[in-house]
Design a protein around this ligand. Structure first.
Ligand code: ZN
Length: 363
């Protein structure tokens, strides 16, 4: 796919790592720049929701929001004229189309367009997370037909069709289907550890929307290079993306469950509680979480909300436990250990990869 010119609005780039997680910014930007056919993103702060939608519509693209019973497609009148032959639309307004999940049409006609609406009205209570974020699946593409392909594959739970609609390399799709997401991820992380590059990971690997079948997967590296090159054109955006890449990515569970933080000091304070347990304590500036999640049980706590951002104390023992608390240690945000991991994943190799920070090498 040849890249097209797209400009990153300053009101979006200044919110990377604050209102929009860096990966979700990177993937959106890649679709708008024409180097990625489609993407799904999952969490954006409410205060940039309107700017975010406008950025998509201004770049000749459309988006579908996953609401429980249907998908809500938002498009400009001009874009709809091109894709669904609705001749009477005024071109400057955004429109929305409801696609019921139960009866997915193969082709759209103008009659399915419900009405034009303001972007503000599209923030429904269903997709609001505690009034500060929009949190649901949002699919973005330049083609309605590509979005429909993803929705159909999701309904049929057809992982292969979904992966290929996203443009992921077939070797990586096969690897994912054979091993499952958790094992495919932990094997990749383990190979980074074994090669001694878990703190100097090639950024081309870390920006991907899929799990590469290996750290040498040629097609994945090419995709990663394209994703990054579209951002490097904008100094402001690249600075923020480089901050995220070069930050520490510590996993609080199996699969891709990371918290990103910029360490305040590289002189770790290491405490040994008994002869076998090494506890590493760090201060760090936590960036916008990939998505917000809160969970509490007798022994575990996940309070990944907007308050986790900013300076915190990160305390961990690789493979054993992770704790994140406020600098005065009065408030806990994360408190988990091995017993948090489902029994079937508590293997030696998987445990080796969790509760430990990874980082990329930025040139
Ligand atoms: Zn591959």
């Amino acid at each position: 796919m040849p890249a097209t010119e797209n400009s990153i609005p300053p009101n979006i780039s200044c919110k990377i790592n604050i209102g929009i997680p860096a990966q979700q910014f990177i993937w959106t930007n890649a679709v708008l720049a024409g180097v990625k056919p489609v993407t799904s993103i999952f969490s954006i702060n409410l205060d940039i929701w309107e700017e975010y939608i406008s950025w998509i519509l201004d770049n000749d693209s459309l988006l579908a929001i996953n609401l429980d019973e249907h998908f809500l497609v938002i498009a400009s009148g001009e874009k709809l004229e091109e894709q669904v032959s609705a001749k009477s639309l005024s071109q400057d307004k955004p429109y929305y189309i409801k696609i019921p999940k139960s009866e997915l049409p193969t082709e759209f006609t103008g009659q399915r367009i419900i009405r034009k609406t303001s972007l503000k009205k599209l923030i429904t209570p269903k997709i609001r997370y505690k009034n500060y974020a929009v949190q649901t699946e949002i699919i973005i593409s330049k083609q309605l037909s590509t979005i429909i392909k993803i929705i159909k594959a999701e309904i049929k739970e057809d992982k292969k069709a979904k992966g290929s609609a996203y443009g992921f390399p077939s070797c990586c799709i096969q690897n994912y289907m054979k091993k499952g997401g958790v094992n495919a991820t932990s094997e990749l992380l383990l190979s980074l550890i074994e090669k001694g590059i878990d703190k100097s990971i090639p950024p081309e690997i870390w920006v991907l929307g899929h799990i590469p079948c290996s750290i040498n997967c040629k097609q994945s590296l090419e995709i990663g290079t394209r994703l990054l090159s579209t951002i490097k054109k904008s100094k402001d955006a690249w600075e923020k993306v480089a901050t995220w890449l070069g930050s520490y990515h510590i996993n609080f569970s199996v699969g891709r469950r990371f918290i990103d933080y910029v360490p305040k000091t590289f002189n770790n304070e290491i405490r040994t509680e008994d002869s076998s347990t090494e506890i590493i304590v760090q201060r760090g500036n936590i960036l916008r979480p990939y998505s917000y999640v809160e969970y509490k049980s007798k022994n575990h706590l996940l309070k990944i909300n907007k308050d986790i951002m900013g300076e915190k104390v990160i305390k961990y023992t690789p493979g054993k436990m992770l704790q994140i608390s406020s600098p005065d240690k009065k408030r806990n945000f994360i408190k988990i250990d091995t017993s948090f991991i489902s029994r079937k994943y508590r293997t030696r190799n998987i445990l080796k990869t969790i509760f430990r920070p990874y980082s990329c090498k930025i040139n």
